[in-house]
Design a protein around this ligand. Sequence first.
Ligand SMILES: *[C@@H]1O[C@H](CO)[C@@H](O)[C@H](O)[C@H]1NC(C)=O
Ligand SMILES: *[C@@H]1O[C@H](CO)[C@@H](O)[C@H](O)[C@H]1NC(C)=O
Length: 363
Amino acid sequence: MANLGTSLCCVVLAAVVVAYAQRRSQLVARNQYERMGSDVTMKCGFLEDDASVSWKVNGTDVRAQHRLDGPRLVLTHVDLGHNGLYSCFQNPLGERRDTIILRIGTIPREPVVSCRSNTYPKGFYCSWHLLHPTNIPTEFQVEVQHNMRVLDVQKDHVHKNKIHVLFPEVFSSFPYRVNVTATNALGSASYAISFEESSIVKPDPPERVVATPIPSNVRRLEVSWTSPSSWPEVDSFPLKYFLRYRPLIKDQWQHVELSESTSHTITDAIAGKEYIIQVAAKDTEIGTWSDWSVAVHATPWMDQPKQITSTTDTSDPLLETKPSPQPASAEPRYGVTPVGGAYIPLPFSTPLLVGAVLLLSMW
Ligand SMILES: *[C@@H]1O[C@H](CO)[C@@H](O)[C@H](O)[C@H]1NC(C)=O
Ligand SMILES: *[C@@H]1O[C@H](CO)[C@@H](O)[C@H](O)[C@H]1NC(C)=O
């Protein structure tokens, strides 16, 4: 008897589990995307037109203005406040018949697209964004064409809205065409731009800018820097530089343009004043100037440092040179690099670290 009871119990339990699983698969919430400002109709499963149902949103009664039309719930003039998990229950037993995740959004507008080459002549990148949020998931598709050919694009590893393209050839007079299409459940919009190779070239700023006082010289500062490490062939595609400097106490910059040289001596500094110095780079022939480098500060050498009131709290003015920040991991490595060649294999040999160590050892 007990055995029969147990097996009966098991059979009933199994049936309940199966029925539950079936119902669950029927009642898995589905997404319904609707446009902001529109009137929205949600239909309760596959119920007949004369079915009577009640609706809940997030488990409570629907408070927003609405209309019931048989198995349908009609919301008027929806906005983000109507987002939610809607469930309908068939009367009179109150069985749940459908679950809808309502998501209000907008059709994407044309994306804003820009392209730039900071790795000329290797390649360029394009990035884009939407001026107005769509409030629902939106995907982007990019097509790059050059001389009737569709070029391969590579997704950026970090930025979602960015791709990289290799130049198929250098000194090409054919324009590039980049078309970005934004698509979501409500619609899509495209924007295409066209440009020549030479117009998008803009290097990254120079790196490792250092300004040093020159002993016994109260009006000079020695400034040096390196070409941006992203610029791949500085010998074949040289850069020119633009230096600007001013004493902290003045607003007016002084400028010097330099062809290819990566150092400059400022000779007209005001004695005893702390200077702020920045450098920019540009391909010698095409493109536009880079952004300014990280600003460095330096004060010319002083005879009697104690009598000068410094604008910073460093007591020794000779120590006021602040080189641009370096990768934090590179500095300790310097100590273990053998002097005079032969490197110990690095345990964490990321390209950045290797690059930094190479630069440091050349220094
Ligand atoms: C339902 O809950 C979601 C998430 O908490 C909330 O954003 C939404 O405004 C709620 N919707 C309604 C109609 O209360
Ligand atoms: C951009 O691509 C989209 C999607 O492929 C296409 O419908 C549209 O016509 C293209 N626009 C231009 C200007 O080529």
